[in-house]
Design a protein around this ligand. Structure first.
Ligand code: CIZ
Ligand code: SF4
Length: 365
């Protein structure tokens, strides 16, 4: 047995096929010491090894039932943080590549959120007036901020329920980091667009005047997902011209005009369930990450369902794609040697506060 962890260099140039064999071998040897969780946006080459798959909400809900000592997360950093926060102290969460982040999550950070708190406090009593909601696509310290300020976490699956809860607590919501999910959810709840101004965290008072802030119901953080931002109403038009009976289904991280022009809007779980339950021989245009759409298109062929990706450009989530067979094989072999690498551990104080906002979410849902 090695006394130090094996370096990634030893895996970097391995062919995918060899990694697949080594992953299977390591998984078998580890047995129920590990459990592998996989997000829907993961590439097929690693997704096939997941014991449990889902969107971030479904995966988060699995965590407190897991017995395994090691939780290996095929997803991005914030998801592994959530698994660590919700798991037992004796469990170890591992992310095969630490550079698997989320560019949308990075559009908000604690310094900017605290500055926002100070700016808003110049014109209103933040704690009396505003419920902060952070999309689960955010760092643990932002979930801790929400925990500390009566706020809550949401996912794209439960956003409508969470917004409703938040507006029952206080008159306004600060929604970060995704303006599109916030806007679409608010709009569906009957809030008008002019009551949902964009908050630019880099400008004094978010770039707004006092009157706009006082009228606002939802302040939408100026953030977005670069992958979903690529979808355009023109893509929908081309599809509808070609398939007049076809249906369009989009993720709420897509721009407002895309959601407005879609037949259905919802999270990855919702997209998968809707198309799987649809009648055979139907046609679908899907606005979400490419790996999910490709996998679904393959699965649905047998039922004669045509599943097309919304853009002509390859919109793969490049950070999700960092988790490849090489990193997974490397991670598992190090666990096998009792030398786990890439451990995700949220500091205790931050984890306790973040857990408050996650627990509030899990209670509402
Ligand atoms: O919540 C998630 O897992 C994400 C990032 C997207 C979705 O809708 O499932
Ligand atoms: Fe983040 Fe967008 Fe990738 Fe989802 S698809 S993980 S929001 S960058």
């Amino acid at each position: 047995m090695n006394t130090v962890a094996i370096k990634f260099d030893a895996f970097e140039d391995l062919k995918n096929e060899e990694c697949q064999e080594r992953i299977l071998r390591a998984k078998k040897a580890l047995g129920n010491k590990i459990i592998i969780l996989g997000h829907h946006y993961q590439n097929e080459t690693v997704y096939r090894h997941a014991d449990l798959t889902g969107d971030s909400l479904k995966l988060a809900k699995y965590v407190d039932q897991l017995e395994a000592k090691y939780i290996v997360f095929l997803g991005v950093h914030f998801m592994a943080e959530v698994a660590n926060i919700l798991s037992r102290p004796d469990q170890i969460t591992v992310l095969p590549d630490l550079s698997a982040g989320c560019s949308m999550a990075d559009m908000a950070n604690l310094a900017k959120v605290e500055r926002t708190y100070r700016e808003l406090s110049k014109v209103l009593d933040f704690n009396q007036t505003i419920t902060p909601i952070t999309y689960i696509n955010s760092a643990a310290d932002l979930k801790a901020f929400c925990g500390e300020h009566g706020g809550i976490v949401c996912t794209s699956t439960n956003a409508p329920k969470i917004l409703n809860w938040a507006l029952q607590q206080k008159e306004k919501v600060l929604f970060f980091p995704d303006q599109h999910l916030g806007r679409w959810t608010g709009y569906q709840a009957g809030i008008s667009l002019d009551e949902m101004p964009i908050w630019d965290p880099d400008l004094p008072l978010g770039g707004l005047d006092e009157k706009t802030i006082s009228k606002a119901k939802v302040l939408l953080w100026k953030g977005h997902c670069a992958v979903h931002q690529m979808f355009r109403p023109e893509h929908i038009k081309i599809f509808r011209d070609k398939y007049p009976d076809g249906k369009v289904i989009s993720h709420p991280e897509s721009p407002f005009e895309v959601c407005e022009n879609s037949d259905f809007v919802g999270s990855t779980e919702y997209i998968l369930n809707t198309i799987k339950e649809a009648k055979p021989n139907t046609q679908w245009l899907v606005g979400t990450e490419l790996n999910l759409v490709n996998r679904l298109a393959d699965e649905m062929k047998a039922e004669g369902k045509l599943v097309k990706f919304m853009s002509h450009i390859v919109c793969e989530c490049s950070t999700m794609a960092r988790i490849d067979p090489q990193h997974l094989a490397w991670t598992l072999e190090n666990i096998l040697n009792d030398k786990p690498v890439n451990i995700i551990e949220v500091p205790k104080k931050e984890a306790d506060l973040a857990r408050l906002s996650l627990d509030r979410m899990l209670q509402v849902n």
